[in-house]
Design a protein around this ligand. Structure first.
Ligand SMILES: NC(=O)c1ccc[n+]([C@@H]2O[C@H](COP(=O)([O-])OP(=O)(O)OC[C@H]3O[C@@H](n4cnc5c(N)ncnc54)[C@H](O)[C@@H]3O)[C@@H](O)[C@H]2O)c1
Length: 254
């Protein structure tokens, strides 16, 4: 297949969590591949930074300051796209607490952002794609947490497992319309989310995560962005309902 399968010229992408970390890397790479990118996040300054990077590469960015748990506002932003070819639902938060100390409000908050925020984006995007007859691609954000039982990761892992099930279910339902739905489940990626703000603690964590990967390093946001570009583009035209794992080999499920 020609490399042009990765070309997104003339296409429109909507990226949540686009103000930083993995979401920013995805927004910039999708723009570099030719897409007009709608960048959504609750962090206005970070969004401006992402838009500036896209502008700097000669791309086109539109900015939406919103909280992904606000279904009405998110729907309005998604529907403002003249057409929609790609959704990358990346926004998420981390929460860690032992099962026995987990409070209802912790679980609710993580499920609201990491699962319902993705669900709302998928629903709104799929509706726009169906209405326009677009054979689009939806990419959701899971995590390596779905591949293992990590101490403290009940809320986070449960929300990400729900994202995987959403991905498979939606892929089954919209596949007959030519819309593909896949998840990425990254390993440990260096972003603001994983920044411990203490150099010694950071080095210790990164060394531990590095030991888990046959490739002998932790991940960078671009490692995930390239996986998202593959899933967003025609290069993955026969791929749906799958989990792609940019994780350095830290987990190798069947
Ligand atoms: N960094 C990792 O190691 C890693 C590994 C696996 C999966 N992930 C997932 O990747 C995604 C991005 O993570 P990251 O590491 O880039 O984190 P990050 O904290 O650097 O970026 C997350 C972005 O989401 C935005 N966001 C959070 N809650 C929001 C809300 N309610 N509404 C709108 N925007 C919101 C933040 O403002 C931020 O810009 C998350 O879903 C995370 O769970 C990260």
């Amino acid at each position: 297949m020609a490399l042009s399968a990765y070309d997104l010229s003339g296409r429109t992408a909507f990226v949540t969590g686009a103000a930083g970390g993995i979401g920013r890397a995805c927004a910039v790479l999708l723009a570099e591949a030719g897409a007009t990118v709608h960048c959504a996040d609750r962090d206005p300054d970070g969004l401006d930074g992402t838009a500036a990077l896209i502008d700097g590469h000669g791309g086109t960015a539109h900015v939406h300051v919103l909280d992904v748990t606000d279904r009405a506002r998110l729907g309005e932003a998604v529907r403002s796209c003249e057409r929609l070819d790609v959704l990358a639902a990346i926004a998420g938060i981390m929460h860690s607490s032992p099962v026995l100390e987990t409070r209802d409000e912790d679980l609710d908050r993580v499920l609201d952002v990491n699962f319902k925020g993705v669900l709302y984006a998928c629903q709104e995007a799929a509706r726009v794609m169906l209405a326009h007859g677009t054979r689009g691609s939806i990419v959701t954000m899971a995590s390596g947490a779905v591949d293992t039982g990590g101490a403290g990761l009940l809320c986070y892992g449960a929300a990400k497992a729900a994202v995987v099930q959403l991905t498979r279910t939606l892929a089954t339902e919209v596949g007959p319309h030519g819309i593909r739905v896949n998840a990425v489940a990254p390993g440990w990626i260096r972003t603001p989310m994983t920044d411990r703000h203490d150099r010694e603690a950071q080095a210790h964590t990164e060394a531990a995560m590095t030991r888990l990967t046959p490739l002998g390093r932790v991940g960078e946001p671009d490692d995930v962005a390239h996986a998202v570009l593959y899933l967003a583009s025609d290069a993955s035209a026969f791929t749906t309902g799958q989990i792609l794992r940019p994780n350095g080999g830290a987990a190798m499920p069947w």
